[in-house]
Design a protein around this ligand. Structure first.
Ligand code: NAP
Ligand code: ZN
Length: 333
């Protein structure tokens, strides 16, 4: 299967041979049309890492052979207030890496494919010391948790961060939280994830959300929560874990709306916010930050012909902690 935006490399474009692509839960939501916006057929994949094979005449940022990444967006208007602030991720005309209509009227196809052609502005430099396969998930999972932590001021060393949902986004949030010097508690529905969360991922504590005694003891102890849960769930128990003035940022995108428990907000001046990936400049900053702190995802590498099994396991929260496809067959045969 070959997915590409333009058959030719345009003047501002970079053609990339894809080596690895992460499987994000958004790929699953979209493949199953859980958000009701899927325009079939689609080629998912927006955690793309590869090698530059060709550059257009105007391209100065990259050359053939460079290791690069592409995340969730491949174009934006460049004129609106958001674009001018480097917030291409909030441009009303942003074009997503897949399941979008491109400027030339064709559909965009994502990273479960051999190659992609992307405008240089939306291509990231992949740090030298970062593993190509385990680094790929940072292009969506990494920036999606890094950006709100920066924007909402959730980086003060010593403060207590709760991470709800220990999947692709959640496990990277644990690592980034530790790199910012936070105390990190995982809030999970899966007791079996506890020992590794602490021994391998570096979390300080693990709270099983179905354990009423432990949840009660943890009430009012957290300064911030990042909620990465992919399914409909109640916010009230999470808000109860926050201190007065605590902040909960939801990045998960369940298929139906969540209820906002007003009393839990009003009674303790708490805040609920949202956040969508990150802009290009901040995504590069996040990659460089992760390289500096030796942060990459914990992955299960799969071949292209194992995608369906991987997606089924992802639907059951059975992945440690991100599937990555070896698109270029460079590690798996
Ligand atoms: P994931 O790897 O499947 O992780 C989601 C985690 O949520 C699971 O591992 C599980 O953790 C928990 N969970 C699942 N079902 C649950 C349920 N019914 N009740 C409570 N917890 C449940 O997914 P992901 O790739 O990290 O993505 C998470 C969500 O973020 C998805 O909705 C995705 O579309 C969205 N997303 C948003 C952005 C953005 O820019 N805002 C970017 C990327 C992804 P435990 O086993 O620990 O409970
Ligand atoms: Zn994603």
């Amino acid at each position: 299967m070959v997915g590409y935006r333009f058959p030719e490399t345009g003047a501002d474009d970079v053609t990339i041979k894809i080596l690895f692509c992460g499987i994000c839960h958004s790929d699953l939501h979209c493949a199953r049309n859980e958000w009701g916006v899927t325009n079939y057929p689609i080629v998912p994949g927006h955690e793309i890492v590869g090698t530059v094979t060709k550059v257009g005449n105007n391209v100065s940022k990259f050359k053939e052979g460079d290791k690069v990444g592409v995340g969730v967006l491949v174009a934006s208007c460049q004129k609106c207030e958001s674009c001018q602030q480097g917030l291409e991720n909030y441009c009303p005309n942003m074009i997503l890496t897949y399941n979008s209509i491109d400027r030339d009227g064709t559909k965009t196809y994502g990273g479960y494919s051999d190659l992609i052609v992307v405008d240089q502005h939306y291509v990231l430099r992949f740090p030298d010391n970062m593993p190509l396969d385990a680094g790929a998930p940072l292009l969506c999972a990494g920036i999606t948790v890094y950006s709100p932590m920066k924007y909402y001021g959730m980086t003060e060393p010593g403060k207590h961060l709760g991470v709800a949902g220990l999947g692709g986004l959640g496990h990277v949030a644990v690592k980034i939280g530790k790199a910012f010097g936070l105390k990190v508690t995982v809030i999970s529905t899966s007791p079996k994830k506890e020992s590794e969360a602490i021994s391998k991922l570096g979390a300080d504590a693990f709270l099983v959300s179905s354990d009423p005694a432990k949840v009660k003891a943890a009430m009012g102890t957290m300064d911030y929560i990042i909620d990465t849960v992919s399914a409909v769930h109640s916010l009230a128990p999470l808000l109860g874990l926050l201190k007065v003035n605590g902040k909960l940022v939801t990045v998960g995108l369940p298929e139906k709306p969540l209820e906002v428990p007003i009393f839990a907000l009003v009674g303790a001046r708490r805040l609920v916010g949202g956040s969508n990936i990150g802009g290009m400049k901040e995504t590069q900053e996040m990659l460089d930050f992760c390289a500096k702190h030796n942060i990459a995802a914990d992955i299960e590498l799969v071949r292209m012909d194992q995608i369906n099994t991987a997606i089924e396991r992802l639907a059951k929260s059975d992945v440690k902690y991100r599937f990555v496809i070896d698109v270029g067959n460079s590690k798996l045969q």
